[in-house]
Design a protein. Structure first.
Ligand SMILES: [Zn+2]
Length: 456
């Protein structure tokens, strides 16, 4: 039994003071507010639940900052960025994937994500030389070593577009048919643990045959695991879907599948009014990745209409341009402010502070996207939490009604001091326990990859 005592903690009912959290086998056994600390308790400042990163592609960590120069033709958009991403992924071996994922997961933990859903389609390595589970294993091992909670989402990827029979040359690195994906999924079950689980993914409607989607949905239903899909991120994708199927991507999913609690739709940027209201009424969650969507020029998700219709959201770091949940939430609100020329727009009567409301929305949606009922600080839940230094300059002068306002809207250095996953401290004094070792191996991986890319 481990026992923590927080001066302030964010519980499901709201902020509480002098909270004692007792932990056994990685889960909260007892949580009590307005209680004195015992001598042996670890005394902490502000404790909040750890955030879920509901959409990540680990290998894209290496692309960050490298696609920010205008191209000679002046046509810089998502599709040009995708070419750069294809070039990178052709060169990544499983041991490199491990080093990249370790570095990224360490950064996620240090910034406040305690859990990640890794949407994995970089299956096959250079020249499609990897045929087994090595890439998935590399990511699962990295999660185990870094200590982040992982929902691994291997993804079906079969074709280059709605009218294609298979992938193009550059997409062979991603190829997995539905039956191959399901055998990979079955094979990976032997590596699951208390903090590593496996779900199922569909890259996008354009990259999977309808029969394959049916097979994956059925498998996910039988095992009751999450299903993730990229959807309606780009206007071109919406047009192509309309031409190929006679309907738009989100509507196609609504018409052909029961969008129940297992579904996580990533982006869903381009929807018409009826898609917004039908999707909000379904039990699915939408994962928004505001910094990536801004970086790639995707467009603006209709957040206010969707939330007014009771839609659920999670957040994700996606292309890793931002690995910080507080910054991601700030972007979510700021984009709406810029668009609608108002302030404090993502609002709720029950949670009057914008930072609190954004955090709770993403926390609940993130639990849903990873197949859990809750990530709150509550009895029976995993002991995944963040400790904020209440004496840090960023937090000085704040009280419970603005702690999350300070965390979400003050874009200074992070006042997080400690991060716990499954009852174990992964970050202490702001540093991950393996930060130095992880950085060394990341550094040599970056050099190896740069040599390869410059020789290509
Ligand atoms: Zn993505």
């Amino acid at each position: 039994m481990q026992s923590l005592h927080a001066r302030h903690a964010l519980l499901p009912s709201g902020w509480a003071e002098n909270v004692r959290l007792q932990i056994t086998n990685g889960c909260f056994e007892k949580i009590e507010a307005d209680t004195d600390a015992a001598e042996t308790d670890e005394k902490l400042g502000i404790v909040i639940p750890g955030m879920v990163n509901a959409h990540s592609h680990a290998f894209q960590r290496l692309l960050v900052g490298h696609a920010e120069k205008p191209s000679p033709d002046g046509e810089d958009n998502f599709w040009g960025w995708r070419e750069r991403m294809y070039q990178l992924v052709q060169n990544i071996e499983p041991d490199m994937m491990y080093a990249i994922a370790c570095q990224l997961f360490t950064e996620m933990l240090q910034s406040g994500y305690t859990s990640v859903a890794e949407f994995h389609y970089a299956h096959n390595g250079p020249n499609a030389s990897v045929h087994g589970n090595e890439m998935s294993r590399a990511i699962m091992l990295a999660a185990g070593d870094s200590g982040i909670r992982l929902t691994h989402i291997p993804v079906v990827y079969e074709r280059a577009g709605f009218d294609a029979d298979g992938p193009n040359e550059r997409q062979k690195v991603f190829y997995r048919s539905a039956s191959e994906l399901l055998s990979l999924y079955d094979d990976l079950q032997q590596f699951t643990s208390s903090h590593v689980s496996v779900g199922l993914g569909i890259h996008s409607l354009r990259a999977a045959f309808p029969d394959s989607i049916d097979a994956i949905v059925e498998h996910a239903r039988a095992d009751d695991v999450p299903i993730h899909i990229h959807i309606a991120e780009q206007e071109r994708e919406v047009t192509e879907c309309l031409e190929a199927t006679g309907t738009t991507p989100v509507q196609w999913l609504l018409d052909n599948h029961d969008l129940n609690h297992r579904w996580c739709l990533v982006h869903a940027t381009h929807m018409n009014d009826s898609e917004i209201s039908e999707l909000a009424k379904s039990a699915a969650v939408v994962c928004l990745c505001p910094s990536t969507e801004a970086n790639l020029g995707d467009g603006i998700f209709p957040l206010l209409d969707y939330i007014r219709a009771d839609g659920r959201i999670a957040i994700g770091s996606d292309s890793q341009v931002t690995v910080n949940p507080f910054e991601e939430l700030r972007w979510l609100e700021y984009v709406q402010r810029l668009q609608h020329k108002g302030r404090n727009l993502v609002r709720s009567l029950e949670r009057p502070a914008t930072g609190d409301y954004l955090y709770q929305l993403a926390l609940e949606g993130g639990a849903h996207a990873t197949g859990r009922s809750s990530n709150q600080l509550a009895r029976g839940n995993f002991a995944d939490l963040l400790v904020v230094d209440d004496r840090d300059p960023v937090m000085l002068g704040h009280t419970a009604d603005s702690y999350l306002g300070a965390l979400v809207f003050a874009g200074f250095r992070s006042p997080l001091t400690r991060v716990m996953v499954n009852g174990q401290w992964q970050v202490v004094d702001g540093q991950h326990r393996l930060a130095e070792r992880t950085l060394q191996s990341f550094d040599s991986t970056v050099q190896r990859l740069n040599n390869r890319l410059s020789a290509a």
